[in-house]
Ligand binder design. Structure first.
Ligand code: HAM
Length: 415
């Protein structure tokens, strides 16, 4: 038997229903904020991710599913959605032709990470990007939409953590300060952090091993006046929107394009992979990818992790309302027509196998969770009726004309 690959999984009912519910909540909330959907490719040129996500990031350095295709092109399965969204924005001239620069996407991403609970090699993200608005109001709107969406989806008990990395200038100053400390303490650093001191010293700040002692010893980040004003402005507006958050100066995020505000949503209920969402400002990315100067902010949630947080909530009721049974061989056509008529009336209906015995079909009806079984047998064929049997204990069977059955069921369901 051929099984799925390690880190790749089947999302089965009822979890798949949770995914659908989360997606529906996203669409509803995003509509309120004027975000429109982008459907972008899963496969892109490898260079797109190298140039945007960043050459020294784990995602690009170690985790990308990249290969040379039959035509000799270097391609990669997308590890995240932001680079594709930015490419689409530039390629389709959305800055000129689009409505407001606000876009969302839903889809599967690929990272060859070591699989563990909440971490898969193929996972699903919903992302929201606002391109072209540099103001704190865009940040506060983007983050408060995230909080509203999590609420609407039923995810509770999460913490919103924010920080500001500052602009390129602030980061340069801070990088030098931090480099000084790290060079002096290289022997104290873990292997990967030591290896990237010069290339990406900031990453040590959110390293699981070195982060805690660096949080105590690292110099405090100093923001330039403009970045400080943006950060406090965003916090003020988050307050106006009633969003609870905490500031954490150690938050750096593992992708290269961030400038200014970065944030995560974390849940203690998730174990070591505790980030439900990550995001931040990327003011220079669109321009650096060949587009117009278009400052931007966005985030992406992991659906697999949101579903983990929701798995103990009552599953949505997807049982069919009715179950149609042909209690005689000749009844198949009428039973099939009834199935069609009930569904056409907007009532869910299922059946098993009209050629099986009445007992076997009744057993399937019980397993389906349907509220009513609709039976057509020899007697019903003769009289043009159908028998309605309530599936709950002690439900008394009665007959109605087959043509009236959908209306009758509707009435019964409304009681
Ligand atoms: P990220 O932090 O790499 O950010 O991923 C966002 C979320 O995707 C994480 O918080 C997590 O819930 C989920 N996730 C990531 N990797 C995995 C995995 N291996 N298995 C399961 N879930 C995972 C980004 O991807 C950025 N594009 C976010 C962004 C949008 N920034 C600006 N705009």
């Amino acid at each position: 038997m051929i099984t799925s690959l390690r880190g790749f999984r089947d999302i089965l009912p009822p979890e798949s229903e949770l995914f659908a519910r989360i997606e529906a909540a996203a669409r509803e909330v995003f509509g309120l904020y004027g975000y429109q959907e982008l459907r972008i490719p899963t496969l892109e040129s490898k260079e797109l991710f190298v140039k945007s996500t960043g050459e020294t990031t784990d995602i690009v350095e170690k985790e990308m599913y990249a290969f040379t295709d039959g035509g000799g092109r270097e391609v990669a399965m997308r590890p995240e959605g932001t680079p594709g969204a930015v490419r689409a924005y530039i390629q389709n001239n959305l800055g000129q032709t689009g409505r407001n620069g606000k876009y969302f996407y839903m889809g599967n991403m690929f990272r060859a990470e070591r699989p563990q609970a909440g971490r898969y090699r193929e996972f699903t993200q919903i992302g929201a990007e606002h391109i072209g608005n540099p103001t704190p109001a865009a940040d506060a709107e983007n983050i408060s939409m995230l909080v509203r969406f999590l609420e609407e989806a039923g995810v509770a008990g999460c913490a919103v953590v924010i920080n500001s990395l500052g602009c390129a200038e602030c980061r340069k100053t801070y990088r030098e300060l931090l480099l000084g400390l790290l060079r002096g303490k290289a022997e104290k650093l873990c292997e990967p952090c030591r290896g990237r001191i010069e290339r990406n010293p900031l990453r040590a700040l959110d390293c699981k091993t070195d982060g805690p002692w660096l949080a105590r010893e690292a110099p405090k980040r100093a923001l330039c006046q403009a970045c400080e004003a943006h950060f406090t402005g965003t916090q003020r507006l988050l307050g106006a929107a009633g969003v609870n958050y905490e500031v954490n100066h150690s938050l750096v995020r593992g992708l290269d394009y961030y400038t200014g505000i970065v944030f995560e949503v974390r849940s203690g209920a998730l174990g070591s992979q505790d980030a439900v969402c990550g995001g931040g400002r990327y003011d220079d990315l669109v321009k650096s990818m060949g587009g117009p100067a278009a400052p931007a902010i966005g985030w992406a949630v992991g659906l697999d992790r949101m579903a983990m947080l929701l798995k103990d909530k009552p599953a949505p009721d997807t049982a069919p309302k009715t179950f149609v049974i042909a209690a005689a061989k000749e009844a198949e056509d009428k039973a099939f027509a009834l199935l069609t008529a009930v569904r056409a009336a907007g009532i869910s209906a299922d059946f098993s196998n009209f050629e099986l015995s009445l007992k076997s079909q009744m057993r399937s009806a019980g397993r389906s969770g349907a509220a009513f079984a609709l039976l057509i047998g020899e007697d019903e064929l003769k009289t043009g009726t159908c028998a309605i049997k309530p599936m709950k204990e002690g439900g008394e069977q009665f007959a109605v004309s087959a043509a009236d059955a959908p209306a009758k069921i509707k009435e019964l369901l409304q009681r």
